[in-house]
Design a protein. Structure first.
Length: 114
């Protein structure tokens, strides 16, 4: 189940980065590996490092990319769900990292992910 969660998260990240163009996406993954020693498949377990990478790379614009990733990930989870996902309450300090952790901690994987 954790594997499915991680796979869907990586797919969502990949989809959003692809929207920047394949060459840009590929260069971002190269920089992620070179600067943070983080491979694409390790991102779900090192979400804080990935978030730091986005912030260092895109500055204030990183939040727009993070929001797009959250939306894409939520859409992928909802597609797998037999019912709509309950929205997560957002707080002023709700971040990309806390969103991923909240989803990981609170989703009933037995009913959503095979």
């Amino acid at each position: 189940m954790e594997q499915s969660f991680n796979s869907l998260l990586v797919e969502a990240i990949d989809d959003v980065l692809s929207s920047l163009g394949e060459p840009v996406k590929n260069q971002l993954y190269i920089r992620l590996d070179e600067d943070f020693s983080l491979q694409k498949n390790q991102i779900p377990e090192q979400i804080f490092l990935f978030s730091e990478f986005l912030i260092r790379t895109f500055g204030p614009s990183a939040s727009f990319i993070q929001i797009k990733i959250m939306k894409a990930f939520n859409a992928k989870l909802a597609k797998k769900a037999a019912h709509s996902l309950q929205p997560i309450a957002l707080f002023d300090d709700f971040s990309f990292v806390s969103y991923v952790q909240e989803m990981r901690d609170n989703i009933n994987f037995q009913t959503i992910l095979p």
